[in-house]
Each structure stands twice: as structure tokens, then as C-alpha cells.
Write a new protein. Structure first.
Length: 144
């Protein structure tokens, strides 16, 4: 069998890069004294970008399963960063919104997130980045 070495498989390289980025992000948050992991940050950021999302919408927008979202939301709600609001005319539904404490945290973490992203893009020019995004979009579409 003539197969690629694992270090040459693009899926492995993407996953390896994502894991390293997550480690770096979590370390940056910890160093800044922020008790938040990168998954929780993504949820807070999505809620800050979209008014009154429900749990399913957050799961879809973050590409996470609803069980993982539920666990993270429980933690974020317990820490008074998000709250669940009832939806008028639908007793079973609720929307998620940031609390004032959550809004402050998003404002505090945003510059750290920007630094983390810039660290990952060091030595990569605009043309390379545009090409990379296009390739990733094509791979995503191929799997869709």
C-alpha cells in the first residue's frame, strides 16, 4: 500500500494546527488572568455578534454539538456571563444574551484574541492568507 505519511496528510495538519492554536489561546487567556477557555470564548463572541441566539443556533454557528454547548452555557451562566431569556409566545424556547459582566469580558478578551490571531499569521502575507482561506473554503465545500 502506497499511502502518505501522516505528517503529509492535510486533515492531520489542520487538526494539529487547530490543537496548537487552542493551546496557545488557552495559555494566553490564563496568562492574562482570564478564567475562560477557547471554546467558551467562541460562544461568548458569537452571542456578542448576534442578538438573542438560541442554543441550536449557537451550536450551528460554532460547529459544536448541542451537548457541548449546553455544558459550556451552564458554566457561562453560572459565572453570570450569559443569561437565558424566555421567548415571547413560546414557553419552551429561550434566547441567550450577554450579561453586563459578559459584555465586559468580551471587551477584555477581544484584544487578546486579536494578538493570538496575529501570532498565527506572522510571516504570512495578504496574498498567502487569501489563498489559504480560499483553499480551506473549497475543502469545506467538498465535504459539505
Amino acid at each position: 500500500m502506497n499511502d502518505l505519511k501522516l505528517d503529509d496528510v492535510f486533515i492531520y495538519l489542520i487538526e494539529r494546527t487547530q490543537r496548537q492554536m487552542r493551546r496557545y489561546s488557552n495559555a494566553a487567556l490564563k496568562q492574562a488572568g482570564i478564567d475562560l477557555n477557547s471554546d467558551q470564548w467562541v460562544i461568548l463572541k458569537r452571542i456578542s455578534e448576534n442578538e438573542a441566539l438560541n442554543q441550536r443556533e449557537i451550536a450551528d454557528l460554532t460547529f459544536k454539538d448541542t451537548a457541548a454547548i449546553t455544558r459550556s452555557l451552564d458554566i457561562l451562566e453560572e459565572r453570570n456571563l450569559v443569561k437565558r431569556q424566555d421567548v415571547p409566545n413560546d414557553r419552551r424556547a429561550y434566547q441567550l444574551v450577554l450579561t453586563p459582566v459578559g459584555e465586559e469580558l468580551v471587551a477584555k478578551v477581544t484584544p487578546i484574541a486579536q494578538l493570538v490571531r496575529s501570532q498565527g499569521l506572522q510571516g504570512i502575507n495578504e496574498e498567502e492568507l487569501r489563498h489559504f482561506k480560499n483553499v480551506l473554503a473549497k475543502i469545506y465545500t467538498n465535504y459539505s
